[in-house]
Design a protein around this ligand. Structure first.
Ligand code: BEZ
Length: 213
């Protein structure tokens, strides 16, 4: 298994999920995707995470992003666990959870880190772009539940910076000023960034977020 890196094509696979058999790339279609792993079924932190993602469904849809979870337990276990998640997190999980009993997908995405957990996966997050390449990878230990506001924030940044010659500074969120890419000269920036820009240093130029009014 080769190490996955940003810019690599997200490995494709067929898998049994709680929404039936899927082909990963077909499931993603021409939008964005978020693949995230869970150490095991019927575990407390994972229960809250899967519920949080279900409750953010509209936020992912707004960003044209499909979510898909994976855990190395079987399909019957997943279906039983979903009932608990819906009950305890006051939600309806209606996105697929991969039943990866043979760890095919977990191995493909290097989600098992034996020194952290011999059998279950770590908490991996992969954000995949419409071109099927990996745009973001984050790895959390089993003991730390993910912040899905951060995942949404990163998708906002990825979608903004994919179409505009800007980058997003520390702690950026929708509506904040952004940084002009260093490759753009001041002369070109005047034509591109019609809302103007502030030159704090020659290499640090701020401009209002271009894709909002
Ligand atoms: C959890 O999801 O709560 C969990 C899973 C594995 C290890 C520790 C916590």
């Amino acid at each position: 298994m080769a190490t996955l890196r940003l810019g690599d094509t997200a490995p494709d696979f067929n898998a049994l999920t709680t929404e039936g058999e899927i082909n990963f790339h077909e499931y993603l279609g021409d939008g964005w995707g978020v693949l995230f792993s869970h150490p095991a079924d019927y575990t407390p932190v994972c229960t809250t995470e899967l519920g949080a993602v279900a409750n953010y469904k509209d936020e992912f849809t707004k960003r044209n992003a499909k979510v898909i979870a994976i855990s190395v337990d079987g399909i019957d276990s997943h279906h039983g666990w979903i009932k608990d998640i819906n009950e305890t997190q006051n939600t309806v999980v209606d996105y697929p959870i991969i039943a990866d009993e043979n760890r095919k997908v977990a191995d493909l995405y290097d989600m098992i880190h034996p020194k952290a957990n011999a059998t279950g996966t770590v908490r991996s997050v992969f954000v995949i772009g419409p071109d099927k390449t990996i745009k973001l990878m984050i790895t959390y230990p089993a003991s730390t539940g993910r912040n899905f506001d951060e995942i949404l924030r990163v998708i906002d940044s990825l979608q903004l910076t994919a179409y505009h010659k800007v980058a997003t500074p520390a702690n950026w969120k929708q509506g904040d000023d952004v940084v002009i890419s260093p490759s753009i000269s001041n002369e070109d920036a005047k034509g591109i960034f019609t809302k103007g820009f502030k030159e704090v240093k020659p290499y640090l130029r701020l401009t209002p977020q271009p894709n909002i009014d």
